[in-house]
Design a binder for this molecule. Structure first.
Ligand code: F6R
Length: 339
């Protein structure tokens, strides 16, 4: 696939998830006791899939799952830790430094990558390696960065078999795609409508606990990288303890915000109430407030429904700003200047 074809990559997410599951199912890991904790090493687009899974399993996993975005590894990492090194290119220096440190500490390491230095080191070290297909921008490879984590955590006894939820997700994404694709006119296209609301405004994306806050963050980063625009993300209930106060002083900038509330009927009543009361507090100060509702039976399907909507919104916002959604010149520049 052409890394410059962001629309095609977003369009292909259902097939990408299917293919990711086919590949992940082939992965086997050496037998061993359940890890004391799991840490996924990754940056940017290669971290978000794991962070979504960590949020998804937060309430049920029998061991903590953390995502480490930075150099090295957290201090507690040791022989009883599962460490997953996730880098789409395989050449991200922060992730490679964590991989080396985890190996030095005798952790159980797994690598997920398209190739690069990470694949080379994993092969040389005899570390289990899941090779995912290349040719995408890492952020567009969300299926390849998320689905394998479910397989790895299942093999490690941290979650049940994800297959039924993956099948539901793929089927639902296909139906959602038919409602969001470019040929569907704005009046009937939720993603186009949201993009029109956010255009020339500062997007403020609010999610809630667990994966819902991470999906809000994914919206923000997709707007940053695809639409080349600033955006903010936050999550309930935490934002009710700080950000909610930030509307009190009349400020010219407040009126530039357009908020999108990422809602889920499965959210507990106190969270629903927080969304509603917060919207009342903000409404007089912001340009507008939109709501987007998760769809699906399984949590995974609901997660992907909001994520997929956000990916389309960032794409249509890029078109409204007349920018190419694919290149990330500032990231490339930083990587080459730091190399
Ligand atoms: C670019 C993107 C970035 C990269 C990040 C780490 O599309 O999403 O956030 O994911 O710079 O690079 P990789 O994923 O190759 O380890």
């Amino acid at each position: 696939m052409d890394p410059g074809d962001m629309a095609g990559a977003i369009h292909g997410l259902p097939e990408q998830c299917e293919q990711a599951w086919r590949l992940a199912r082939e992965l086997t890991l050496p037998e061993g006791p359940r890890p004391r904790q799991a840490v996924v090493l990754g940056m940017g687009g290669s971290a978000i899939g794991a962070e979504l899974v960590a949020g998804l399993l937060e309430a049920t996993a029998p061991a903590p799952i953390a995502v480490h975005r930075g150099y090295g590894v957290p201090g507690y990492v040791g022989p009883e830790t599962l460490v997953v090194a996730s880098s789409y290119s395989g050449n991200t220096e922060e992730t490679l430094s964590g991989y080396d440190e985890a190996r030095r500490r005798g952790s159980r390491v797994v690598a997920v990558t398209t190739g690069g230095e990470l694949a080379r080191r994993a092969e040389a070290d005899g570390v289990p390696l899941l090779r995912i297909p290349g040719g995408l921008q890492p952020r567009a490879a969300i299926g390849y960065s998320l689905v394998p984590q479910l397989r790895i955590f299942h093999l490690m006894g941290l979650t049940g078999d994800p297959q039924p939820a993956i099948e539901e997700t793929v089927a639902r994404l296909r139906r959602q795609r038919a409602r969001l694709e470019p040929s569907v006119p704005s009046q009937a296209n939720e993603a186009k409508q949201l993009a029109l609301s956010l255009h020339q405004h500062l997007p403020l994306i609010y999610g809630s606990q667990g994966w819902k806050g991470v999906v809000a963050y994914r919206w923000k980063t997709q707007i940053n990288e695809n639409a080349k625009a600033q955006a903010q993300a936050n999550r309930f209930p935490e934002l009710n303890h700080n950000e909610t106060v930030g509307w009190e002083v009349p400020a010219a900038i407040n009126g530039l915000f357009h908020a999108v509330l990422l809602r889920d009927e499965a959210d507990p009543a106190p969270i629903q109430r927080r969304f509603d009361v917060t919207a009342e507090i903000m409404r007089p100060h912001v340009a507008g407030i939109s709501q987007a509702w998760a769809e699906g039976d399984s949590e995974l399907a609901r997660l992907f429904s909001l994520l997929y909507l956000g990916d389309h919104v960032s794409l249509y916002l890029a078109y409204l700003y007349r920018v190419d959604p694919s290149p990330v010149k500032a990231i490339d520049r930083l990587k080459s200047e730091l190399a």
